[in-house]
Write a protein that binds this ligand. Structure first.
Ligand code: Z5A
Length: 207
């Protein structure tokens, strides 16, 4: 079991947790690759710029395919080779982001998006998905304190981001775990560590 995804709304602490997990598992002697979506290959980084920074208006379906183009390239050229090499891969966002933002947020039809997602990933699914949950206002405040410049999607209103949060909160299925991310960083890290160790049946000292 080596493919772990960290998901959740903006400002939930995903990047902070992914960085910490990468360091913690490397300290334990595991080979770990951390990736951030969208991005991670030249094509995926170009798609990220178009999806998040371009000032041009676009159809929601066009936005969807920019995220999926980024994912397809990252999966084929980076994630699958790393998994085949026996590495643990920890991703900051993956397919559930598309369900939360493009389906719940934008209103695109779920079944069609799921079919397109399968094309983009070639059917690759995470072994474990950790969903960090924070109220929209808390996530936004954290971003403000961090001085983050809002991208095209972050500029959407609270109603949009509440739909996104609710989509995450209602997600369930094999390997999906919810973590209360309004706790301290340390409490979130401990919870994530416990879940990964349990899911992988790894015998580790503990961070
Ligand atoms: N998107 C999409 O629409 N469809 C898709 O398929 C995909 C993505 C893959 C990517 O944005 C955008 O693309 C995203 C969804 C869309 N837009 N939105 N919204 P991004 O990569 O730039 O990042 P983000 O995930 O939206 O935002 P973020 O600010 O990077 O969130 P985060 O990674 O969850 O948070 P963080 O950077 O780790 O932490 C934010 C601050 O909070 C920072 O100062 C931390 O030190 C602090 N922090 C972290 N944890 C804590 C705790 N526990 N307590 C207090 N403070 C904390």
């Amino acid at each position: 079991m080596t493919f772990v995804v960290v998901e959740g709304p903006e400002g939930a602490g995903k990047s902070t947790l992914v960085r910490w997990l990468g360091t913690a598992f490397r300290t334990e002697g595991r080979e770990v690759l951390t990736v951030r979506e969208p991005g991670g290959t030249p094509i995926a980084e170009a798609a990220r710029k178009l999806a998040l920074k371009s000032r041009h208006d676009r159809a929601y379906a066009a936005e969807l395919f920019l995220f999926l183009a980024a994912r397809a390239d990252l999966v084929e050229r980076v994630i699958r080779p790393a998994l085949a090499d026996g590495q643990m891969v920890i991703a900051d966002r993956f397919g559930l982001s598309t369900i939360a933002y493009q389906v719940a947020g934008r209103g695109l039809p779920r079944a069609d998006v799921e079919a397109a997602l399968r094309v983009a990933t070639g059917g690759l699914t995470p072994d474990l998905t950790l969903i960090l949950d924070v109220p929209v206002t808390v996530g936004r405040e954290r971003q403000k304190v961090a001085g983050k410049v809002r991208d095209r999607i972050e500029r959407e209103d609270d109603t949009f981001h509440t739909r996104v949060r609710e989509a995450y909160r209602s997600a369930s299925g094999p390997g999906i775990v919810h973590i209360d991310a309004s706790q301290t960083r340390k409490a979130v890290q401990d919870a994530a560590w416990r879940e990964i160790v349990a899911a992988t049946a790894l015998s580790l000292k503990g961070a």
